[in-house]
Ligand binder design. Structure first.
Ligand code: NAP
Length: 247
């Protein structure tokens, strides 16, 4: 059902983005594997997709830059001639307690996580509006729903993504484009690897399923939302967090 569709996955050199790129590639999607600094990681993802018989290219681009995002989308179009799926995945953290948070760290997190996704939605939206089809999936976070100590910048950016998703969903719906967000809880990647073991143990005690999630588990949900089976779902926020937040 996803065979021969074309996707851009931002921040796909590792972690959740990598798992998403691999899962889409496995379904026969042609994947533009975006990365910022980790060229080697992105090329490895491309090789893995090709080894499964799929098609992929690695495309460098800093999503904070409107121009670089335009180039990313245009390079994808030049390669495959269309764009069916955008996965806004790239993100960073720069944690600090609220009163100690530096303005530059607030700006860095908002400009990557929120403004970066805005650039991608705008560029991809233009193409998809003309095509009259498309699926946009944005990786927010459960922290954007409930907040978190030490992550005011990240929580604000991730909550912003929910507003961005719902607004774009309303504007794009008339052209058959769906826009949804996923709010993962704590997932095993480099981003959570830095947490001290004591914190990870505390975290597990707040997760009914008693463990952190796996990148592949998020990727399964993306694959579903990108498929025709999800045609009637738009403007939604899906929690994938082992039951941490039930609302
Ligand atoms: P990760 O392992 O740290 O990977 C981050 C990815 O984002 C990398 O591929 C990185 O590219 C890319 N990136 C960073 N800045 C970029 C920029 N300016 N332009 C383009 N790409 C950029 O993170 P992760 O844990 O997989 O998280 C992926 C997404 O899920 C993020 O949005 C994160 O906030 C969200 N999330 C994660 C968790 C979790 O527990 N892990 C939970 C909820 C939500 P390079 O390596 O090439 O620099």
């Amino acid at each position: 059902m996803l065979r021969d569709k074309v996707a851009v996955v931002t921040g796909a050199s590792r972690g959740i983005g990598k798992a998403i790129a691999l899962a889409l590639g496995k379904e026969g999607v042609f994947v533009a594997v975006n990365y910022h600094k980790d060229q080697e990681g992105a090329e490895e993802v491309v090789k893995e997709i090709q080894a499964q018989g799929g098609q992929a290219i690695a495309l460098q681009g800093d999503i904070r830059s409107a121009q670089e995002v335009e180039d990313l989308i245009q390079s994808t179009l030049s390669r495959w001639g269309r764009l069916d799926i955008l996965v806004n995945n790239a993100g960073i953290t720069k944690d600090a307690l609220f009163l100690r948070m530096k303005e530059e760290d607030f700006d860095a997190v908002v400009s990557t996580n929120l403004k970066g996704a805005f650039h991608c939605l705008q560029q991809a939206g233009k193409i998809m509006m003309k095509q009259r089809s498309g699926k946009i999936i944005t990786i927010s976070s459960i922290v954007g729903v409930i907040g978190n100590r030490g992550q005011a910048n990240y929580a604000a950016a991730k909550a912003g993504l929910i507003g961005l998703t719902k607004s774009a969903a309303k504007e794009f719906a008339s052209r058959g484009i769906t826009v949804n967000a996923i709010a993962p809880g704590f997932i095993e990647t480099d981003m959570t690897d830095v947490l001290p073991d004591k914190i990870k143990t505390q975290l597990r005690s707040h997760i009914p399923l008693g463990r952190l999630g796996k990148p592949e588990e998020v990727a399964h949900l993306v694959t579903f939302l990108a498929s025709d089976q999800a045609d009637y779902i738009t403007g939604q926020v899906f929690h994938i967090d082992g039951g941490m937040v039930m609302a």
